[in-house]
Write a protein that binds this ligand. Structure first.
Ligand code: F6P
Length: 546
């Protein structure tokens, strides 16, 4: 949807002018001018309450940002995505993760075929399989019940289920031991299986392409572990299932394709955890919990598709990101959950956001001359407060942040739930301190020695969005993830980049395959390498005695 260069649009110029006019806008002033700001700048979407009053924006700013979105055709591109158009223009693919959570009776067509029946057929197969594992009906080679599940995958074939399993632990079957192995470092697989019994262990090999070297290497080692235990090829069928789009490679690997759960090329890796890639999660959570999560995703999809711009939460978050990235030169965006269970949430968002919007050429292949995706980072907020929050409060960089919390403690915490008020007090206090800081007058009034006043003064004006839900449930997780998916979409549409390819990660994969032979004994020719890499390889060979 290219409508001319982004930074030559009048709407872009209007925002730049507005930014200059606003100058150093102060949140203290904005709140003083409008006592209603705290509630006016808020949205309730499904179970999520979004407080965006603590942003460096006025009503005019938001209007100008929405004008930019309209000028870029964000709504039209959104409709094209939901419609199954091939908006992944470098890979010529539809982008239809939204079809993965579409209700059974909906119609979503790709190349004239309604894909919803296929989606639900796979979900039904997954549910039947998950029930067989959970009930003990599916047994291992020696007839024992499966109690350990190891998902082997990487990137989008790991991060989603690994994150969601942590988030929803309170809803999972605690009798099942779950592991997520992604790193090609043998330590990852070793730690997952060192205390496991092969007789009760099931491996789920998750890979869209089934050619990813890390995953295939780990899966091959796992298969050998099973073969060493049972000395019989027939054991593989009882201890391995696959999740992939590539039946040919699955069969070549030695997994019976009747034990394969399918998904499709119109599901991007980083948008895939509500496809069969979520099988491990479904086993842990049970099919009903998984479906509840999908309903949460779908509710946010519908909101994004139908809500007017003024009330559209993903559009709003996307535009606020544009405001800071392009008009305040913010280089990073922090996501700071106030929930221990969301400890891997930001790691998941890193792939979603940075693999999607880390691009420097536009739709027409020209280098962009505006900034695109920010660095996304963060860990649970309370721990961050005692580590890096200092820089957010008093450093020289502007770091917009999302603070995420829940009114109710997570389920099943028993007496430990009493600590929840303190946790949430920290969230609210941080949003307040970041926004309003502490003036030098306030510091001086505390009879602080004059020379210390500047050090103890907090400028404030550090923008945050607070996302508050009543409870952390499977549905709420679905709503949250879909919110961020569509936020990333909005930004990619405005920046005029392909948010659905990932060519940047391909080069490293190719070069690793090329270098590996040079590391092994007898194959030490490093003459084709640059001198720095050759020196490192030679040193490594020497240290390994080769
Ligand atoms: O990191 C690149 C990437 O292609 C991701 O987009 C993807 O999620 C990951 O590798 C894993 O790929 P696959 O599922 O094909 O093994």
């Amino acid at each position: 949807m290219s409508q001319g260069r982004l930074n030559q649009l009048p709407e872009w110029a209007a925002l730049a002018k507005h930014r200059a006019e606003l100058g150093e806008v102060h949140l203290r002033d904005l709140f003083a001018e409008d006592p209603e700001r705290g509630t006016k700048y808020s949205l309730q979407v499904g179970d999520l309450y979004l407080d965006y009053g603590k942003h460096l924006v006025t009503g005019e700013t938001l209007g100008l940002l929405r004008d930019l979105a309209a000028a870029r055709g964000v709504a039209q591109l959104r409709d094209a995505m939901f419609h199954g158009d091939k908006i992944n223009f470098t890979e010529h693919r539809a982008v239809l993760h939204t079809a993965l959570r579409a209700p059974r009776d909906s119609v979503v067509e790709v190349d004239g075929e309604n894909v919803v029946p296929k989606v639900h057929a796979v979900l039904d197969r997954m549910a039947a399989f998950a029930d067989r594992i959970r009930s003990g009906e599916w047994t291992g080679f020696t007839g024992e019940r499966i109690t350990t599940i190891v998902n082997i995958g990487i990137g989008g074939s790991d991060l989603g289920p690994a994150m969601a399993y942590e988030v929803l632990r309170g809803y999972t079957d605690r009798g099942l031991e779950m592991h997520f192995v992604s790193n090609v470092d043998g330590a990852d697989l070793y730690e997952a299986v060192r205390a496991a019994d092969p007789a009760t262990t099931l491996f789920i090999v998750s890979s869209k392409t089934f050619t990813t070297i890390e995953t295939i290497t780990n899966a091959t080692a796992a298969r050998q572990w099973i073969l060493d235990a049972f000395g019989d090829d027939a054991a593989v069928a009882k201890h391995f299932v696959a999740v992939s789009t590539n039946a040919g490679e699955v069969a070549k690997f030695g997994i019976d394709t009747t034990n394969m759960f399918e998904f499709w090329d119109w599901v991007g890796g980083r948008y895939s955890y509500d496809s069969a890639i979520g099988l491990s999660l479904m086993i842990a959570l049970g099919p009903d919990g998984f479906r509840e999560m999908l309903d949460g995703f779908h509710a946010m999809d519908e909101h994004f598709r139908t809500a007017p711009p003024e009330q559209n939460a993903p559009l709003l978050l996307g535009l606020l990101g544009i405001w800071y990235r392009n008009f305040h030169d913010a280089q990073t965006h922090a996501v700071l959950p106030y929930s221990h269970y969301l400890s891997r949430f930001t790691a998941y968002l890193q792939q979603l956001d940075m693999e999607s919007n880390g691009k420097y050429v536009d739709h027409d292949g020209r280098p962009v001359d505006w900034q695109t995706g920010p660095v996304v980072w963060g860990t649970p907020g309370t721990n961050g407060q005692h580590a890096y929050y200092q820089l957010i409060h008093q450093g020289t960089m502007l770091i917009p942040a999302d603070l995420i919390g829940f009114a109710q403690p997570a389920p099943g915490l028993g007496v430990f739930a009493d600590q929840h008020d303190l946790l949430m007090a920290n969230l609210f206090a941080q949003g307040q301190a970041l926004a309003f800081g502490k003036t030098s007058e306030e510091v001086a009034a505390e009879e602080v020695p004059a020379e210390e006043v500047p050090h103890r003064t907090f400028r404030g004006d550090r923008p945050t969005t607070t996302i508050l839900a009543d409870k952390l449930t499977p549905s709420v997780l679905g709503q949250l993830i879909a919110l961020y998916e569509h936020k990333v979409f909005v930004q990619g549409a405005i920046w005029d980049i392909d948010s659905f390819d990932q060519w940047g990660v391909e080069l490293g994969k190719v070069l690793a395959k090329r270098i590996e032979p040079a590391l092994t004994a007898g194959a030490g020719d490093t003459s084709a390498l640059d001198s720095s890499t050759a020196a490192l390889v030679n040193r490594y060979r020497a240290q390994r005695g080769r």
